[in-house]
Ligand binder design. Structure first.
Ligand SMILES: [Zn+2]
Length: 158
């Protein structure tokens, strides 16, 4: 993705609108289910997935080669619109993506992972950009409590 692309009018507007939709959904969902997504886990994940498909459609595709390049792109988008900060967690062979300062962070103490929305959105963007299936599972959550949310990314065979 070139800087110019990111700046350019129409796309810029679409990306900004999509960021508002994503943040509004994150906030609304957390307002609704609080610290425990419980029985909403699956539908919340689906909402994230749908919005992720929409986001992938408008994010530029040049410079996309692998998981790392998708994450780089998503990470600058996330940062630019104040959704949160992404970073790789270096812990052996696994692909672990950390997210901190999430826009929907509601503090600590839930005792379990609370971010199925982000699982869905990550999965959708990876799958659409790379034409491969991925499974994204949150393995640590700032609500659990851990310092950051951490998502494990695995390619799947089907
Ligand atoms: Zn989390």
């Amino acid at each position: 993705m070139s800087e110019q692309d990111f700046q350019s009018g129409e796309r810029e507007k679409e990306l900004e609108e999509q960021a508002s939709i994503i943040k509004l959904s994150m906030h609304t969902l957390k307002d609704h289910y609080g610290l425990n997504p419980g029985k909403y886990r699956k539908p919340v994940r689906s909402i994230g997935f749908q919005l992720g498909l929409e986001l992938a459609r408008i994010l530029p595709t040049e410079a996309i080669r692998d998981v790392d390049s998708v994450v780089k792109q998503l990470s600058s988008y996330w940062m630019k619109y104040g959704i949160g900060e992404m970073f790789w967690v270096d812990r052996g062979e696994e692909m672990l993506l950390g997210i901190q300062f999430c826009s929907d962070c509601i503090g600590r103490g839930a005792g379990y992972t609370t971010c199925p929305f982000k699982e869905g959105i990550l999965e959708a963007v990876l799958e659409s950009k790379l034409e491969n299936k991925y499974r994204v599972d949150e393995v640590e959550c700032c609500g659990s409590p851990a310092p950051n949310c951490v998502f494990k990314i695995e390619p799947t065979l089907d």
